[in-house]
Design a protein around this ligand. Structure first.
Ligand code: MLZ
Length: 265
């Protein structure tokens, strides 16, 4: 079996620090996940966020739910924390005077939506209100610093949570860089994004933390970073782990190398 990734060793090897808990919009003690596969709830359609739809829990992973909108296909599943403000108990929308909407890409004729909704809810196992947890407050101000380590959702593969490093900070935003992936998955997000977690999150929630990638060869841009004294710490974070277990070679599609508008590796 593969050796397990260990943050304590990795932080030492990379001579880096974990971003402090208070930087994140996550609860200090991760919420318990009481949901069961098959339960139904209301969720904002990720592809059409003004719509509230019916969703079914397709899977459970740590403090997150894998969700699928009823009436949609199986190619657009999405993941939400149990304390996400994007999800709520069935009945919430109506209570607020709203109407449940068909998901974007509803597979049937739009006119069949009312009957579909009735049938979907009839006899459904509805997730109890107590399972939904309050979203933590926004941290202010942005206290992330370049070089700090974290765990972050890979937005191209949103079921994955991976070791990452803050590559840049600008106003309320941070540049999340994935360790060992040469920039292919990096993204900018707000510092209060629900997609970023403190070091240790996955081990607390039981979610699977991916090991860092092994694509660490020196590239032109990392050579540039080397020559800049202020970025020396960052280079060392990204340096190959000498003694760390090397994950199996993964395929990477070519031509996706450039992170949006940034030069971080
Ligand atoms: N095997 C896939 C997923 C890589 C996930 C990286 N996460 C930062 C690939 O190589 O595209």
């Amino acid at each position: 079996a593969k050796e397990q990734f260990n943050w304590d060793d990795y932080l030492k090897e990379t001579e880096s620090v974990a971003a402090p808990l208070h930087c994140f919009r996550q609860s200090r003690i991760p919420p318990t996940n009481d949901f069961k596969v098959g339960m139904k709830l209301e969720a904002h359609d990720p592809r059409n966020v003004t719509s509230v739809c019916i969703a079914t829990v397709i899977g459970i992973t740590g403090a997150r739910l894998r969700l699928r909108l009823d009436g949609s296909d199986n190619k657009n599943d999405f993941w939400r924390l149990v304390d996400s403000s994007d999800i709520q108990p069935i009945g919430t929308c109506e209570k607020k005077g709203g109407m449940l909407q068909p998901p974007l890409g509803f597979q049937m004729n739009a006119s069949s939506w009312p009957m579909f909704l009735l049938r979907t809810l009839n006899g459904a196992e509805m997730a109890p209100a107590a399972f939904f947890k309050k979203e933590p407050p926004k941290p202010v101000p942005n206290c992330f610093k370049v070089g700090m380590k974290l765990e972050a959702i890979d937005r191209k593969n949103p079921y994955l949570i991976c070791p990452a490093t803050i590559g840049d900070v600008k106003g309320d935003e941070v540049f999340v860089t994935f360790d060992g992936w040469r920039g292919a998955f990096d993204y900018w997000c707000r510092c209060d994004s629900r997609d970023i977690f403190p070091v240790g999150w996955c081990s607390l929630t039981g979610d699977a933390l991916q090991p860092p990638g092994n694509n660490v060869s020196i590239t032109k841009s990392s050579a540039k970073i080397q020559s800049s004294p202020s970025k020396v710490t960052r280079r060392s974070m990204q340096s190959p782990q000498k003694s760390a277990p090397v994950p199996a070679q993964r395929s990477r599609k070519p031509g996706r190398g450039k992170p949006p508008g940034q030069s971080a590796v």
